[in-house]
Design a protein around this ligand. Structure first.
Ligand SMILES: [Zn+2]
Length: 379
């Protein structure tokens, strides 16, 4: 395996090619052509949505996927007050997420003029995750984002639930608060999302997970299908999380919390990417940060919406330590005390606060219990 000398992505990383000069295709910008097409398309859909009149077919102009985090609370407020849309705020209760956003949702319900609904399907989303983790090792070389398959599948599962809800209730648009980096790599065409799910999980399991309802989306007329809107596309050059939090606080819409959400499967997501693709779960984010720092100099570059990495970061070195401790925990080797100390040090090096590092380290110690509870095998 060779590593890109700019960003440290490995030649085995899914979707990555490292050339003879030891530079990867992302650093060489091979992907930019495709990415620009994606931006142009999502920008067009967003403008169409902004100028669309009332939905004559029902009481809502859009289904807004509302998590209660700062980004979606900020945008939900904008949609109802500034854009004047009639919004169904739809929250999917992900059983793996310990949410600190409940207080924000309560404040939003008091102050934002939207209709709020909560959807959940614990049994089926767990069944799907069990299948993803327990399936045989994927074929190499793989596609871009394959190392994040469990995470991507979870999100796709509830995006499809949102699509079904919008389709059933004749809501023409679905708003999804992904950040610009996610927008670039997300499929936004509803029919393609459904097709992709069938390809990944097969007809039998897909029909079981959605009780046979999604087949109808494949055969619906285009104008019967909702379109997905990414509202942050319009803010891709001006996004400022501190300003967003300040504005929300001023409006009484934000309760501070050191961590907005935490996925209890995060240690297992790392286990999956280490065992299948020999990389940590956040490898693409960390590499993109390193690339931006090298290009722009200094540590002012922000690589993603939700993560802040330190200015100097030896990705491969931290990744190696994280891999070792993750696999030792999976095998039942060593003691919780030594694991915890190593994990806290690794996450501190990745730029988290002391509190967050301790919290995440402890969740890694629970990994075998979480796996057993979910029916996921650690080999
Ligand atoms: Zn690179």
């Amino acid at each position: 395996m060779t590593y890109c000398k700019v960003c440290s992505l490995g030649s085995d990383h899914p979707g990555i090619v490292v050339d003879e000069q030891r530079v990867c295709n992302v650093c060489r910008l091979d992907m930019v052509g495709d990415l620009l097409v994606n931006y142009r398309y999502t920008q067009e859909v967003f403008e169409r949505f902004q100028h669309a009149g009332r939905n004559e077919l029902g009481p809502y102009d859009c289904l807004f996927m509302y998590s209660g985090g700062k980004d979606s609370t900020y945008m939900l407020d904008k949609f109802t007050t500034e854009y004047g849309k009639r919004v169904l705020a739809w929250t999917f209760d992900v059983p793996f997420e310990s949410t600190h956003a409940a207080e924000n949702i309560r404040l939003a319900k008091e102050r934002i003029p939207a209709t709020f609904v909560v959807d959940a399907d614990d049994d089926n989303i767990k069944k799907m995750m069990r299948e993803v983790f327990n399936r045989p090792a994927p074929r190499k070389p793989g596609k871009y984002l394959d190392e994040k398959l469990p995470c991507v599948s979870c999100r796709t599962f509830f995006v499809i639930r949102a699509i079904l809800h919008a389709h059933r209730n004749r809501i023409p648009y679905i708003a999804l608060c992904a950040d610009p980096q996610q927008i670039l790599t997300m499929e936004s065409n509803v029919r393609e999302i459904v097709r992709g799910f069938y390809t990944t999980f097969g007809v039998g399991l897909t029909d079981e997970l959605f009780r046979g309802e999604i087949e109808g989306l494949l055969f619906a007329e285009d104008d019967e299908l909702p379109e997905i809107v990414f509202p942050f596309i319009a803010m891709r050059h001006t996004y400022d999380p501190d300003a967003i939090v300040a504005e929300l606080k001023a409006k009484g819409l934000y309760a501070s919390s050191p961590m907005e959400t935490h996925c209890t499967l995060f240690p297992l997501l790392n286990y999956y990417s280490f065992t299948h693709w020999d990389c940590m779960f956040y490898k693409l984010n960390a590499s993109s940060h390193v690339r931006a720092v090298k290009r722009n100099g200094g540590d002012g570059a922000r690589s993603t919406f939700s993560l802040k990495f330190p200015g100097t970061l030896d990705v491969l070195e931290v990744e190696g330590r994280l891999k070792k401790v993750t696999l030792r925990i999976a095998k039942g080797e060593g003691t919780p005390q030594e694991h915890e100390a190593e994990l806290v040090a690794a996450f501190r090096d990745l730029g988290t606060t002391e509190t967050a590092a301790r919290f995440v380290a402890r969740s890694f110690l629970d990994m075998p219990a979480v796996a057993a509870d979910m029916g996921i095998r650690l080999s």
